[in-house]
Design a protein around this ligand. Structure first.
Ligand code: AMP
Length: 316
């Protein structure tokens, strides 16, 4: 990362590199009787992140963010090294969104004092697992992902001690994992889930990883959202049988994949999963979904893995 000394920091934004310095700032806010809203991020900020920041500003007196690309949630074969890091642009976007915010940008060494090799078998120290919520859906392709997320969020909740914390519905399983963790570990914080922000013209869910998509791949990346909205349209026409909906959604992804292949692209489009689950415990719904559900999926567009979801007649 660019050293903080070399960064241009816009007015209104305070950047903390050391946890102790952030804590001193936080203590003053507590003493002044103000509430603190907190948004955890990995940076490469876009309108999805900024919507969480705006919600935090509306609901709380003060706003804090963390920007930390968390090694513990990447597998050795994933994109930790190439994950977009755009600190200066992030701070500019933040300053254009809120008049005032604190940004915690801790070092890996301070966050993981025992070190954090990506190979889980070699890791030492304390990790948080949310059993029963982490192994399905995203957890099939990314078996240690939610362990990494739950661990880093619990560290940050201990450091930041916000009154309220803000997450995006875009990562719906993450929301359910964190909600379970907050309840189980008695974190004294109110959790807010904000709606997914999409590209206004195409509907593509905003994601820091969208920058990996080439111009040719971009239109095909929409196949997942189209598959999910098709399921929702069928549901609205009273089709309530989960396997029928999944079949219809899979056909849309298959069609996009066939087009990619017919166009002789040098990359492939692959379905990871399309699933219909209970919003309570993410268990598969294999029959009738009249009581509402989470429709979610993941596809690979070339090397880029994209996720998306719709909440159907439920809130999380
Ligand atoms: P990340 O930086 O990807 O870890 O995301 C940080 C937070 O932003 C998480 O709570 C995400 O769910 C949320 N987020 C990411 N993309 C979006 C989006 N398109 N709409 C709403 N929230 C989002």
């Amino acid at each position: 990362m660019t050293s903080l000394a070399a960064l241009r920091i816009p007015p209104g934004i305070r950047v903390f590199r050391k946890i102790a310095d952030f804590r001193a700032w936080r203590r003053q806010i507590l003493l002044s009787g103000q509430s603190l809203g907190y948004v955890p991020t990995m940076g490469a900020l876009h309108q999805g992140h900024l919507a969480l920041v705006s919600a935090a500003q509306r609901q709380c007196d003060r706003v804090a963010l963390s920007i930390f690309v968390n090694p513990a949630q990447f597998s050795p074969t994933e994109d930790l090294a190439s994950y977009p890091r755009t600190m200066e642009a992030d701070l500019e976007k933040l300053a254009a969104t809120v008049t005032e915010a604190a940004v915690l940008v801790p070092t890996i060494e301070e966050m993981y004092p025992c070190g954090i090799p990506l190979d889980v078998a070699r890791q030492k120290g304390t990790f948080v697992e949310v059993k029963g919520f982490s192994h399905m859906l995203e957890g099939v392709t990314r078996p240690h992902f939610f362990r990494g997320v739950a661990t880093v969020v619990s560290k940050f909740l201990n450091i930041v001690q916000p009154e309220e914390v803000f997450f995006g519905q875009k990562d719906v399983q993450q929301c359910l994992v964190i909600r379970r963790m907050i309840r189980d570990l008695h974190f004294d914080v109110k959790m807010n889930v904000c709606p997914t922000v999409r590209d206004p013209s195409s509907g593509l869910a905003l994601s820091s990883r969208n920058v990996y998509l080439t111009d040719t791949q971009r239109p095909y990346a929409l196949a997942l959202y189209q598959a999910l909205t098709h399921m929702k349209a069928l549901y609205d026409q009273n089709q309530r049988h989960a396997p029928t909906l999944i079949e219809a959604a899979t056909a849309i992804i298959d069609k996009a994949r066939d087009q990619v292949r017919a166009n002789n692209c040098d990359w492939d489009l692959k379905l990871d999963y399309i699933s219909i689950n209970s919003p309570d415990d993410l268990s598969d719904i294999t029959g009738d979904i009249s009581n509402g559900c989470v429709m979610s999926g993941a596809i690979f567009v070339g090397k880029t893995r994209l996720i998306d979801n719709l909440l159907v007649d439920v809130q999380i």
